[in-house]
Write a protein that binds this ligand. Structure first.
Ligand code: ASP
Length: 350
């Protein structure tokens, strides 16, 4: 299919893909503008896609904040409101892509796809993957194939759902995976090939619809470790509005943590996830103290298939938009889980 005359908005946020060598330190720092990034992509002009270019930030992705993403989403909405573009490409560092993409997926309504990309190897390195990733992202955003898919991540020609994608390697060019289900599809020969049904999505109201300020909500994340004596949980107590627990295995903690967790869950939402990042927390298999059956009985909310980082973002959105009710939070987590057979329309968080 020809993409000639299609329109794509490109937002550049920085990251390895936009790096140049710093003259004083000799290290790589984000430096290239969105226009410079696009000029480095061989063959992009030949697609005939009209690019609407935005220099949004020029940061390492570790320094992006949720407030930055709220502002980015507002700009994306402004581009999409009059249906001026067919899709959106967000270009950023890979360190936080799995979180930024999921956060944008929670905010995004409408059918135009948001495609997030980056690079594992910067422009000064042999085998730099930025131009190919950007080219694939523009194709994915410009065409009709991903309408209704929400936010996806395209790297190494693979298309991953925001809900499932993870950075699974610190340096490999094939760092991005969707554990347990694999990528949605592939970009090849100028088009998208889908291997799976487009994912069920959960969309939350955006932050400017009567919501609390994003930065006012504090969602802590605690990873349970062998012999965890609860000291860190005690330190968090009173300093967060909610907690995501990255538990052992399928949702297990040492039994001596249970009274602490129960006391916390009496006051704030505590969501149970697994630190493994692949597979769901169970709900009805083990029943020892500290198991996945015992913890919900003590007030914890099962996090389903969401990894701890994504669970933290969903919980953040729920609290920011005024959803504090335990049953409604539990329902949001139950419906946000991986359910390939469900319909494509996003369900609302509340
Ligand atoms: N540190 C970089 C970042 O901004 C890494 C990358 O882009 O791959 O996330």
């Amino acid at each position: 299919m020809s993409l000639n005359g299609r329109n794509v908005a490109v937002f550049a946020l920085g990251g390895t893909i936009a790096t140049a060598t710093h003259p004083a330190t000799g290290g790589a720092v984000p430096a290239l503008s969105a226009k410079e990034l696009l000029e480095n992509v061989p063959g992009l002009d030949a697609l005939g896609v009209r690019l609407h270019v935005h220099d949004f930030r020029r940061l390492p992705s570790a320094s992006l904040s949720l407030a930055d993403l709220d502002a980015l989403h507002a700009e994306i909405r402004a581009e999409l409101a009059p249906e001026a573009v067919d899709g959106v490409v967000v270009v950023q560092g890979t360190d936080t892509i799995e979180e930024t993409a999921f956060y944008l997926d929670l905010l995004h309504r409408g059918d135009a796809p948001i495609v997030v990309t980056g690079a594992m190897r910067g422009p000064t390195l042999p085998g730099s993957d930025g131009p190919a990733n950007l080219n694939a992202a523009v194709i994915a955003a410009a065409g009709p194939w991903l309408r209704g898919a929400g936010c996806v991540v395209v790297l190494g020609d693979q298309i991953h759902a925001a809900r499932t994608v993870q950075k699974s390697h610190t340096v490999s060019p094939a760092a991005f995976t969707s554990p347990g289900c694999g990528p949605l599809g592939l970009v090849a020969e100028g088009r998208v090939r889908l291997y799976q049904r487009l994912p069920h999505r959960t969309a939350c109201p955006p932050g400017d619809e009567g919501a609390a300020s994003t930065s006012a909500v504090r969602v802590a994340l605690h990873t349970v470790t062998l012999g965890d004596d609860g000291t860190q949980l005690d330190l968090l107590d009173g300093h967060c509005d909610s907690l995501v627990l990255a538990a052992l295995g399928a949702g297990h903690v040492p039994e001596w943590l249970v009274p602490r967790l129960r006391r916390l869950a009496e006051r704030i939402p505590v969501v149970l996830t697994s630190r493994i990042g692949n597979g769901p927390v169970l709900t009805r298999t083990y029943s020892s103290p500290g198991s996945e059956r015992d913890l919900p009985a003590n007030g914890l909310i099962p996090g389903g298939d969401l990894n701890p980082y994504k669970a933290r973002l969903l919980l953040h959105r729920l609290l920011t938009t005024g959803c504090h009710d335990r049953a409604r939070i539990a329902l949001a987590f139950a419906t946000a889980g991986i359910a390939p057979a469900r319909p494509r329309a996003p369900s609302a968080c509340q």
